[in-house]
Design a protein around this ligand. Structure first.
Ligand code: VG1
Ligand code: CO
Length: 542
């Protein structure tokens, strides 16, 4: 039944920050999915008879791609595929299944926070046996293979029914359709004090959780409402929809503006949270207090010991380079390791596997721990709830106390989306060319301490990743970071990250954009982003 089909390569199957993301119309080209999946399998060794986990965020084209993936897996000799019912698995849940059932790896069908639907984006990502995204060594090999691939293997079989939990066979391979939620819910229960959180809700604590019509709905309904007793209606937009209900499943202050406004009112709920397309990002808003993801990382690290899963303390913290240094101050106080890695979760895997860090985070609303090898939206929400339940304080009070101890890192990110790729590349290249002359210069009254293009040396496997983003640091600890997005699908997206540190006894009540205005001006003077892209304002400010 196995057939070998000849094919011609595509030149654009280069995985980005997190998998291969393209417009749906690109993925719909003949053999586009097949070429990429076969290129992945051609880059791996030793999977004969092993388990492959497959799941996705339920976006448009998931149902088509998943059938192709199962057939190609069977034809290539995997022993078993474990697939979420209806093709659904959040990214952290897929990571957990890979680890728990000792799978060889997994395919996550998602373009994460990118919009979906026929006009939107689709994506495929390969995760390795530790449950985490494939390291660059593998993604580079996949790309190289995709450029020369001339055939793929598949089976001639009818579609597999993914509607009901149970076991069937496809060729010589077993396909087990699993409940996407139960293993994940069990893992969360093992980490957090569910009794304390249940008591919090029973005491009248009110929360709203926006699943953004994406994958987290079933997980949030089950855990927050069924297991923890939050009132029905706590979870909104809880039905996964192939087009995310025509929304943009990116949990930030632009796409969750209504929730933000609600949390800023006197009779609004105590706590608001949201997650993205594939359930690995989180947005945290307390009454009258938005918590920036960088601050959230620092706060969670400082308070993690209040949750049973981390009661013995944490080994270390890692953050991506553009993420603010708020967590560094926590690591320093705790006397634990601190690591700065390039953008993207794949760089945390080695540090987590080696036991050198327990908690990781990115400024882009991703936080997670050693419980899986992906960032985890609901995990962050549950850790926050656990901390609130134990400390018996509101979010705002906890954040303020934190700043009084550690100081505040004012932080913002300005995105310029879908700009002309040639202009964006030239802008970055020009600035890179001037970096060597910047240290010692005084810009807008601030002296430059260092300027470089970030190179990461992995302390575990010794690998090096260069050109990971431009950093310009000032003597007072302020920073400007500029890099190009690796997840956009049209043109280029420029990300400008700005950070300013105010010590523990300083003013913590400035408006963020005002606090950062001098740095924003210096960044424009240096890079000329507005002038060169012709965009007077960023597309998104977070
Ligand atoms: C963005 C974020 C990065 C994150 C990545 C994947 O990448 O900046 O922090 O790891 O998305 O997240 P980039 O290259 O566009 O800046 V997700 O939730 O979209 O898988
Ligand atoms: Co995501």
């Amino acid at each position: 039944m196995t057939v070998t089909i000849s094919t011609t390569p595509y030149s654009d199957q280069k995985p980005g920050t997190s998998g291969l993301r393209k417009r749906v119309s690109v993925y719909q080209q003949p053999n586009y999915v097949e070429n990429f999946i076969q290129s992945i399998f051609d880059s791996l060794e030793g999977f004969a008879g092993q388990i492959l986990v497959i799941g996705g965020d339920g976006r448009y084209y998931n149902d088509v791609a998943i059938q192709k993936a199962i057939r190609i897996a069977a034809a290539n000799g995997f022993g078993k595929v474990m697939v979420g019912q209806g093709g659904i698995l959040s990214t952290p849940a897929a990571s957990n299944i890979i680890r728990k059932y000792k799978a060889f790896g997994g395919l996550v069908l998602s373009a994460s926070h990118n919009p979906g639907g026929p006009e939107g984006d689709f994506g495929i990502k390969y995760n390795v046996g530790n449950g985490g995204p494939a390291p660059e060594k593998i993604t580079d090999a996949v790309y190289a293979r995709s450029k020369v691939i001339d055939s793929y293997k598949t089976l001639e079989t009818p579609d597999i029914d993914l509607g009901a939990v149970g076991t069937q066979t496809v060729g010589d391979m077993v396909v087990e359709v699993i409940d996407p939620v139960s293993d994940y819910a069990e893992l969360m229960q093992s980490l957090f004090d569910f009794d304390a959180i249940r008591a919090l809700f029973a005491g009248g604590f009110r929360m709203t959780f926006d699943a953004m019509s994406a994958v987290t709905g079933p997980y949030a309904h089950k855990i927050l409402e069924d297991m923890l007793g939050a009132p029905k209606g706590t979870v909104i937009n809880g039905e996964p929809s192939p087009s995310f209900n025509d929304g943009h499943p990116d949990p930030n202050l632009v796409y969750c503006k209504d929730m933000y406004d609600l949390l800023m009112t006197a009779d609004g709920p105590d706590f608001g949270a949201a997650s993205d397309g594939d359930g690995d990002r989180n947005l945290i808003i307390g009454k009258n207090r938005f918590v920036t993801p960088s601050d959230s990382l620092a706060l969670l690290a400082a308070n993690a010991h209040l949750a049973p899963g981390y009661s013995k303390g944490i080994a270390g913290i890692a953050r991506s380079m553009p993420t603010s240094a708020a967590a560094d101050r926590v690591a320093e106080k705790l006397g634990i390791e601190m690591h700065e890695t390039p953008t993207g979760w794949k760089f945390f895997g080695n540090l987590l596997d080696a036991g050198r860090v327990t908690i990781c985070g990115e400024e882009s609303a991703g936080t997670g721990s050693n419980h899986v090898r992906e960032k985890d939206g609901l995990w962050a929400v549950l850790l926050w709830l656990n901390i609130l339940a134990v400390r018996k304080q509101g979010v705002d009070a906890i954040v303020r106390e934190h700043w009084k101890i550690y100081g505040r890192n004012y932080y913002t990110r300005h995105d310029y989306e879908e700009v002309d790729a040639a202009i964006a590349n030239a802008l970055v290249d020009d600035l890179r060319g001037r970096l060597a002359s910047l240290p010692g210069q005084v810009l807008g009254g601030m002296e430059v301490a260092y300027a470089d293009d970030f190179t990461y040396h992995d302390p575990v496997d010794g690998s090096t990743s260069a050109k990971q983003g431009i950093r310009i640091g000032f003597v007072d600890g302020s920073r400007i970071v500029l890099r190009l997005s690796g997840t956009g699908t049209v043109g280029a997206t420029l990300r400008l990250y700005l950070e300013r540190y105010v010590p523990a006894d300083g003013d913590h009540d400035l408006e963020t954009q005002e606090a950062l205005a001098p740095l924003i001006a210096i960044a424009e003077q240096l890079a000329g982003t507005k002038a060169r892209t012709g965009r007077p304002t960023p597309s998104v400010i977070t």
